[in-house]
Design a protein around this ligand. Structure first.
Ligand code: TYM
Length: 330
């Protein structure tokens, strides 16, 4: 059966971008593939974060996973930090990715650009090594992500090819999968930049009250002209809203464009807001129930066991391949 893996960092409040680009799609795989979905909590430490905030973000993220329809009976949901094989494999794999490659990663460049250059944590720089370990530990073939993570999955492929060339077919070569619509949702206040967890303006957070989500969409920056048309270059604001609508309604961009032919911007935005709120309101209700009942604890305990089993097997395979002595076999 095909193996699918993905994860989200519990660094801040999840955005509509995370939902559309990643979270919403995870459940689509669970009936036909072996699915592993985890909380990338070790990755959350690559930038300073308050411990209690990290704990709460983690509880919330798992509750979002469950609210999105991921079923712990059908897929494995776990915390990265609860499977020590991630850190152990990381210690090995950091020798097979190079400083030159890591320094070319867009995410690293963006995140470190505004930092004091002499105080950038090693973990931020080496982030893609751990991410590659997350993927190969489960022999993942498919990694559903938004566009901003594609470069990291490509680097994982380079690592796998390099490693296998040296040691034989030890690791499985993964491929990324981005959605046809919504792989890069933009900020509502500046539709030329990505909607991200660290930008409170123009972003819709999944925990925002429904009226405020509606208000943010109604206040989204549109473009000159009056036609609702998909044209990222000249109409980035309208195009972003069309992407959001298409993803919510699960239609193509062309279908969304046809639907809004002849609409004024105001009515167009109102329907986009309706589409988002209709989907997010019941989602938020499920989320709150799960968080309050602590249903996430059982799901994580179950997932941890399964994840450890699978990951430890791969770790052993790699340890053997590189020449670490297996005392049980001596
Ligand atoms: P993270 O936590 O930054 O984002 C989680 C997922 O949301 C997608 N995403 C978006 N998609 C569309 N539009 C946006 N504006 C937008 N913003 C974020 C991201 O592409 C991602 O799919 N490194 C990863 C976490 C990770 C991981 C992994 C993912 C760690 N190990 C192994 C897959 C496999 C990250 O920081 O995602």
């Amino acid at each position: 059966m095909e193996r699918v893996l993905s994860g989200i960092k519990p660094t801040g409040k999840l955005t509509l971008g995370n939902y559309i680009g990643a979270l919403k799609h995870f459940k689509d795989f669970q009936d036909s593939a072996e699915v592993y979905i985890f909380v990338a909590d070790l990755h959350a430490l690559t930038l300073p974060i308050d411990p209690e905030v990290l704990r709460q973000n983690t509880r919330e993220l798992v509750s979002f996973y469950l609210a999105s329809g991921l079923d712990p009976e059908k897929c494995t949901i776990f915390l990265q930090s609860s499977v020590s094989a991630h850190a152990e494999l990381n210690a090995i794999m950091q020798n097979y990715l190079y400083m030159g490659e890591l320094s070319r990663m867009t995410q690293f460049k963006e995140k470190s650009a505004h930092m004091n250059q002499s105080a950038i944590g090693l973990g931020l720089f080496a982030y893609p090594v751990l991410m590659a370990c997350d993927i190969v530990l489960y022999d993942a073939e498919t990694v559903p992500v938004g566009e901003d993570q594609v470069q990291h999955v490509e680097l994982t492929r380079d690592l796998v090819n390099r490693f296998n060339k040296r040691y034989g077919e030890v690791l499985t070569l993964p491929k990324y999968k981005v959605g046809k619509t919504g792989a890069r949702i933009k900020s509502l206040s500046d539709p030329t930049v990505k909607m991200s967890k660290s930008d409170p303006k123009g972003d819709i957070f999944l925990t925002d009250p429904i009226p405020s989500i509606r208000k943010k969409i109604m206040g989204a920056v549109t473009d000159s002209g009056s036609e609702v048309k998909y044209d990222v270059e000249n109409k980035p604001g309208v195009s972003n809203l069309l992407q959001i609508y298409a993803s919510m309604k699960e239609v193509s961009i062309e279908e969304a464009e046809r639907h809004f032919a002849g609409y004024r911007y105001g009515d167009f935005k109102r329907e986009v807001a309706d589409a988002v709120c209709e989907e997010l309101e019941p989602f938020q209700n499920r989320f709150r129930e799960i968080l309050e009942s602590k249903a996430y604890v059982e799901a994580l305990k179950k997932g941890q066991k399964k994840a450890q089993e699978v990951a430890n097997k791969t770790l052993k395979r790699v340890q053997k391949a590189v020449g670490l002595l297996d005392l049980d076999a001596e």
